[in-house]
Design a protein around this ligand. Sequence first.
Ligand code: AMP
Length: 249
Amino acid sequence: MKVLVAVKRVVDYKVQIRVKSDNSGVETQNVKMSVNPPDENAIEEAVKLKEQGLVNETVAVTIGDDKSQDVLRTSMAMGIDRSILVKTSISLEPLAVAKTLAKIIEKENPDLVLLGKQAIDDDSNQTGQILSALLNWPQGCFISELKIEDKKLFISREIDEGIEKLETSIPAVLTCDLRLNTPRFASLPNIMKAKKKPLDVIEIDTLGIDIESKIKVLNVVEPPKREAGIMVNDVKELVQKLKYEAKVI
Ligand code: AMP
């Protein structure tokens, strides 16, 4: 069984986001970039499946510019066998990412595709779902548990009413929740070993797909600054303030 993991390079979750002075987007110059957090869970799950002997090959794919090689090296330092950079200087929206991944899947023929449930930069939460529709494969979204038995997938996913349990077959597209596992740290020896693992580069233009944006970002602004809070002496005062000053109850 072969697993393909989609990994996105995003502004590190600990960085205080700054909006560009022309309001065209978020500043990414001279900012720490990292693997999108739920994608680390996808990597961890793929590596665990290989360690359990259920999978024999793990491949990471990212779509981005040359700098995105760093997230692939991190993925390989965590245990992924090899990786593919689909090179583009344009930041793609989920439909274009899914179309690109579908092309790579056509070439690589994996049994399972793992993605993060959501990219923390665009918060789209769409790529896995679109990909499963393009491939006409079953999908499991926001999975927090995965078991594989006799080529059947048993998935748990958190929903409003509790934990939903699903069964499906391979090939499938799964998007990973942060509860799925605890991603391992890449050790120094593994970081060194990852430098020698194969990393193929494919120019996006060679895939013959339409990646033109269907959505135009008009303006990006920072959220209004929160006003300082106040301390109240008791519940009565709190209720008064909520009722007559904030007028929320
Ligand atoms: P989104 O639909 O943008 O919230 O992204 C969901 C997931 O799709 C991410 O967690 C990644 O696994 C994958 N993904 C999104 N953009 C990319 C990209 N440029 N390269 C590789 N994977 C991506």
